[in-house]
Structure formats: structure tokens, C-alpha cells
Design a protein around this ligand. Structure first.
Ligand code: CA
Length: 439
């Protein structure tokens, strides 16, 4: 037993060494100019200013650091700002998960199928008649981690195909040792397990295993959920971890990123990461906040970053009203989705209902995943056009978000049908060609 514990400790140490030099808050987040993004410059900057970088390398010009203690923060900031290789020096800051705990005994997935009033659900059952998802589509849940051992999530977890579990090597050379289900940027190790609940709840809404005779069904019955732990066990984390998580998700094949967290602090370094996602056609879905205010006036980030791949999501309730806590924004919030009393997975094989725009965002994330798995070759712009034009328009939402309506999954898929025919024809052609090549 003793040696087992010792082993575990050693492994932990190795993981930390392989991924990051320190965990927790960075003093500053440096953005390195495009033309200077080399490892040589990384090492020089580190040495010249006696910095401790969080990671052992620069991630697409992103470089969170701690400063030497023998110099004042302002002095070092000025020095860094005047370095010709650095375009920005921003402070790291705390970001919180968004969620309002609620009645644990209301156990029903009304948002997917509203038995008393089907006009007010998102038409999931009808949508599943068209398509139920696929394990080929990777959805990154950047959150408090995922309880990947939950029986209703386990078989829908992403498993890094290039990595051999537990051999203490970075088999796929993506910079992360033994990253099987994802990565914990919060703890700097390969275990993105959730000990809070928030990330597990969000993950279940997107992709709890469907048709397995237990618990609930995610919007995607089948999916690969990537666990990117950027928030800690108490439901908050540092911007630097969330930014690193965005780069990880994009670089490892996620098609959609769910961000059910945020704050009022704006960081250009985070916007850069979202722009990077955009350049790789990755959609970024963000909860618009639970402060009951207008994001047009009081921006809430990351939902309010003005990048076209960001989908900012407000929450509605069972009666199709804007939820009492939900933020809104005629110009800055895009769509509404159910976010009150949402049943989903939580820790220790359990289920619970939660409330918040945190729960609304994954409804949209799951829908986009379903759309991408239905027809994989469209652009972000095309998927979002379908998403926004397929809403259930509601007078009450007309001035609250750009699409003026609430999510309708069935309409999204239905709208795409003509494309499916084209896609199937193309697929058939490719298969025939493959057959011919075999001969
Ligand atoms: Ca790896």
C-alpha cells in the first residue's frame, strides 16, 4: 500500500514537471508577437527578466509567467512592455463557474421533452428522429473537469487516440503526458476529474449516454466529451488556465468548446485564443451570465468578446420566459436556451437539477455538435446561420438577443436536410472510389 502511494506521488511529480512549472495564478500573461514565437525567444525572455513561465514552452504566443520577487511588479511590467518581442502584458485574474444550485428532487428533463407543453421544449425527441450524434465529434467542456467515471458519461468520453495510458510518455507529442480524457490545467496533471459538480452537469446536458437504460440522455446521445479542467474544485479558476485550455481543445480536435463561466474582466490574451479557435473553425459557446443585466451595457466575458465564432447564450424557463437571473443583450447575446431546473449528471453516479445560463449554454453546444455530426463539412458561419435562423421566435426575446428566439434542435437539423442529400451523394462517391482503388 505504502509503495502504491509513493508511486502515485512520483507520477504526480512527473506530470507536473512535464506540463507546468507552477500551478495557480500567474502574475502576468504575456502575448508574444507573431514573428518572435520561437523557443529561443521563450528561453531568452525567461532568462533576461528572471521569469518563471507557467509552461515549459510558449503556446501560440501565449506565455503566463510569475515575476522575480526582487523587483517591484510595476518595474517588471514596464520592462516587459518595452521589450520589442512582447505585444501585451496583462494580469491574470479569477474567473468563476456560473450556476445557481436548485431543488434536488425535480427530476425530469423538461427542456428536452416538455410533456405538458411541447411548444416550450427544444424539440429534442423529434430531432433524434433525424440524428443522434456520433463519437467522431469532439466537444470540449472547459470547466471544473468531468466525472468521467460516471456511468452515464463514461462511454461518451473522449479518449486521446494517440496516447497510451499510464506509460508516462507524451506519445502523441502534443506537450501533455498521458492525457487520455483531457487535461487538468488547474492542477497541472493528466487527471481532469471533477470534484465540484459544475463541469459534470454541463457535460451531461451535452452528451450523457443515450438509450443505455440509465439516468438521462444528453442532446448528443453519442459524442466524445473532452474534459479540460480550467476551473478548480471550488468552482473558480484563473484566466491563464482557461486560455491554455482553449488552445489545448483546439489543437486536439474539438469542434465546439463550451464555456459556462465568465466575469467582467476583459483579456486580449483570451480573445486571441478564441480567434485561434475561429481560425480552426471551432465554435465557442459561452454562457451570457446570471446577473440579470444588459450585456450591451455591462459586457460579460468571454460571452461578450466580439468574435464571430462566439455564441452568447441566455437562459429561459419552463414557460419560455427569460429566466429571472439571466443576462440579455439585444446586440451582444445571440440566442436563448433552457436554463432553469435542468436535470443532469453530478458526482458519485448521481443526478441533480441545476439552474443558470451555465445550463443553457450546453444545450446550444450539444445542438451544434449534433449539427456538425449530421453534416460535417459546413463552415462555422454556415452552422451559426442555421442555428440562429432556426430559433423559435418569441416576442419576449425580440429585444433580448440577436436571433430573438429560443433554441429549436429539430428545426436546426431539419433545415440542414437538403445538405444531407448532397453529403450522402458525396460520401457514396468517395466510398465507390475507395472500393475502386482497392481493386
Ligand atoms: Ca500527449
Amino acid at each position: 500500500m505504502k509503495s502504491k502511494i509513493l508511486n502515485l506521488l512520483i507520477i504526480t511529480v512527473i506530470y507536473i514537471k512535464a506540463s507546468s512549472q507552477f500551478i495557480g495564478r500567474a502574475d502576468y500573461i504575456l502575448t508574444i508577437k507573431n514573428e518572435y514565437r520561437t523557443h529561443k525567444n521563450f528561453l531568452e525572455l525567461k532568462q533576461n527578466y528572471k521569469l518563471i513561465p507557467k509552461y515549459y514552452y510558449m503556446i501560440h504566443g501565449f506565455m503566463p509567467v510569475r515575476c522575480p520577487t526582487d523587483m517591484s511588479r510595476n518595474t517588471i511590467k514596464r520592462l516587459l512592455e518595452s521589450d520589442y518581442r512582447i505585444s501585451r502584458v496583462e494580469p491574470d485574474y479569477r474567473i468563476d463557474a456560473i450556476g445557481i444550485p436548485n431543488d434536488p428532487f425535480f427530476k425530469k428533463q423538461w427542456s428536452l421533452y416538455n410533456s405538458t407543453n411541447q411548444d416550450k421544449d427544444v424539440n429534442a425527441v423529434k430531432a433524434w428522429g433525424l440524428h443522434k450524434g456520433s463519437n467522431k465529434i469532439i466537444i470540449a467542456i472547459i470547466d471544473t473537469g468531468i466525472d468521467y467515471l460516471h456511468p452515464d458519461l463514461f462511454s461518451n468520453m473522449w479518449r486521446n487516440p494517440g496516447e497510451i495510458p499510464g506509460n508516462k510518455r507524451d506519445d502523441d507529442r502534443n506537450g501533455f503526458v498521458d492525457d487520455i480524457y483531457g487535461w487538468s490545467f488547474d492542477e497541472g496533471n493528466a487527471d481532469p476529474i471533477d470534484r465540484h459538480y459544475h463541469g459534470t452537469h454541463v457535460a451531461g446536458i451535452v452528451g450523457a449516454v443515450g438509450n443505455n437504460n440509465i439516468g438521462i440522455t444528453g442532446i448528443m446521445n453519442k459524442v466524445s466529451l473532452m474534459a479540460v479542467k480550467g476551473l478548480g474544485d471550488f468552482g473558480f479558476g484563473w484566466a491563464s488556465n482557461l486560455i491554455a485550455g482553449i488552445y489545448y481543445a483546439v489543437d486536439n480536435g474539438a469542434k465546439v468548446i463550451n464555456a459556462s463561466w465568465g466575469g467582467t474582466g476583459k483579456l486580449e490574451a483570451m480573445k486571441d485564443a478564441i480567434l485561434y479557435a475561429k481560425s480552426k473553425d471551432v465554435i465557442f459557446v459561452a454562457a451570457c451570465g446570471n446577473n440579470n443585466r444588459d450585456n450591451d451595457i455591462w459586457p460579460f466575458y468571454p460571452a461578450s468578446y466580439e468574435v464571430s465564432n462566439v455564441v452568447s447564450v441566455a437562459a429561459t424557463d419552463k414557460n419560455d420566459n427569460l429566466a429571472w437571473f439571466s443576462n440579455w443583450g439585444k446586440n451582444s447575446v445571440d440566442i436563448a436556451a433552457p436554463g432553469v431546473d435542468i436535470l443532469s449528471t453530478v458526482l458519485k453516479d448521481n443526478y441533480n437539477t441545476e439552474t443558470g445560463t451555465s445550463m443553457a449554454a450546453p444545450h446550444v453546444t450539444g445542438t451544434l455538435g449534433l449539427m456538425i455530426s449530421f453534416i460535417p463539412y459546413l463552415t462555422t458561419k454556415e452552422y451559426l446561420k442555421v442555428l440562429y435562423s432556426s430559433v423559435n421566435p418569441m416576442p419576449i426575446l425580440k429585444d433580448k438577443c440577436t436571433s430573438g428566439g429560443r433554441l429549436d434542435i429539430y428545426k436546426c437539423l431539419y433545415t440542414m436536410i437538403p445538405n444531407v442529400k448532397k453529403y450522402q451523394t458525396a460520401l457514396l462517391y468517395l466510398l465507390e472510389q475507395e472500393e475502386r482503388n482497392k481493386k
